[in-house]
Ligand binder design. Structure first.
Ligand SMILES: *Cc1c(COP(=O)(O)O)cnc(C)c1O
Length: 384
């Protein structure tokens, strides 16, 4: 039987034509496609400025630097994320202060943030986990009360948002809630450029600093190629990738609609299966479906979950345990002395999630097969 992939990009509109145009333009870096891609993402998210960079991790790193965070500073962040959202702090000697998550959305729990604030706290870095917006209204209130900066890791949430009024159709999009936000365009994200990322912000100074630092510390907009006014990096996005990004942006609504409909199919097929919790959207929010992660109920241990994963894999269904919490990663345990029990909600989620195959081109038959196999796996592991 064919195996079903965990994720995959959807390329098929203008992508080839756009990349070809970039390729034969004679301009493979620092050209019009990156500028156009930036305008498209800025306009889409409602941000004033956007700076295209080489990865989501680079975007996060630049934001941390642009906010002048460094040794002696603490940033409150979530342990339930991809490791880059905490590593970006370590690059600058900033201490990540983890704070447990909210059990429904799996995003940073605002109710637990304030007890983590110290005199060294400078910012809160929250993640829109799996394409579901964090509780930005609450986080903004906390940040205002304590005079903290906000960083939004929206690498998994292009297209997600929060409705501005409960009865309104207007959406304030992820990427627009903090002082600056990061997007990522790795092939498993909603939109891909191969490798790539973007900083978005309404703050002109942050945008200028990020643009300069991404380009070896050159003055933004300056023609002096060999003049470097600050420490910089080569975090630029090349024109081929940017061209791919432009073509993908043109199809973003279709991509998101397909992903949403695959998520709906799963929700329909899985509704009958006992002992699992399905992902959803909180009232007033719109998720953009980065992955489709089910959670086994409390009766399952981590090793039961791993057995479910092995069962699915042995039947050609790629799946994964999303996420192993950051504080339990070997490097973080060693460096900071974290251990099990430190962040129980994140650990419980990390122990019982299974990310099922999920992408825009997943067929109904594949969803049906995954669902039936998951049901069989659960029966196998926990008896009938
Ligand atoms: C993908 C991702 C990143 C990093 O993106 P890269 O482009 O792979 O560097 C950062 N944070 C989160 C939450 C992500 O999912």
């Amino acid at each position: 039987m064919d195996s079903i992939a965990l994720s995959g990009p959807w390329v098929g509109g203008n992508e080839l034509a756009a990349v070809r145009q970039a390729l034969f333009s004679g301009r493979l870096a620092l050209g019009p496609f990156a500028a156009r891609f930036e305008r498209m993402v800025a306009e889409y998210t409602g941000a004033r400025y956007a700076v295209a960079v080489s990865s989501g991790t680079a975007a996060l790193h630049l934001i941390v630097r642009a906010l002048k965070l460094g040794p002696g500073n603490e940033v409150i962040t979530t342990p339930f994320s991809f490791i880059a959202s905490a590593n970006c702090l370590l690059y600058e000697g900033v201490r990540p202060v983890f704070c447990d998550i909210e059990p429904d959305t799996l995003c940073l729990d605002p109710a637990k943030v304030e007890e983590r604030i110290s005199s060294r706290t400078r910012a809160i870095l929250a993640v829109d986990v799996f394409g579901h917006p964090a509780d930005w209204t609450a986080l903004q209130n906390i940040a205002r009360r304590h005079n903290l900066r906000l960083i939004e890791d929206s690498c998994e949430a292009l297209g997600a948002g929060i409705r501005t009024k409960s009865d309104s159709l207007q959406l304030k999009r992820c990427g627009s809630f903090a002082d600056a936000a990061a997007f990522a365009f790795y092939p498993n994200k909603q939109l891909t450029t191969g490798e790539g990322g973007m900083v978005v912000t309404d703050n002109r100074r942050i945008a200028e600093l990020c643009r300069s630092m991404a380009n070896q510390g050159r003055r933004a907009g300056s023609g002096a190629w060999l003049e470097h006014v600050r420490l910089g990096y080569n975090y630029r996005l090349d024109e081929l990738s940017a061209a791919l990004g432009c073509a993908q942006m043109q199809r973003l609504e279709r991509i998101l609609t397909r992903r949403r409909s695959v998520a709906r199919m799963y929700t329909r097929y899985l509704a009958q299966i006992p002992r699992i919790k399905l992902p959803g959207e909180q009232p007033g929010t719109v998720a953009s479906w980065f992955v489709y992660c089910i959670r086994l109920d409390e009766g399952f241990t981590r090793s039961d979950r791993d057995q479910v994963i092995r069962y699915l894999r042995s039947r050609g269904i790629e799946c994964s345990n999303y996420f192993q919490p950051i504080h339990l990663q070997p490097f973080y345990r060693r460096e900071f002395g974290f251990s099990r029990g430190d962040f129980p909600v994140a650990e419980a989620a990390g122990d019982r999630t299974v990310a099922l195959p999920f992408h825009a081109r997943l067929s109904r038959r594949a969803v049906e097969r995954v669902s039936a196999t998951l049901a069989a796996a659960i029966r196998e592991v926990k008896g009938r």
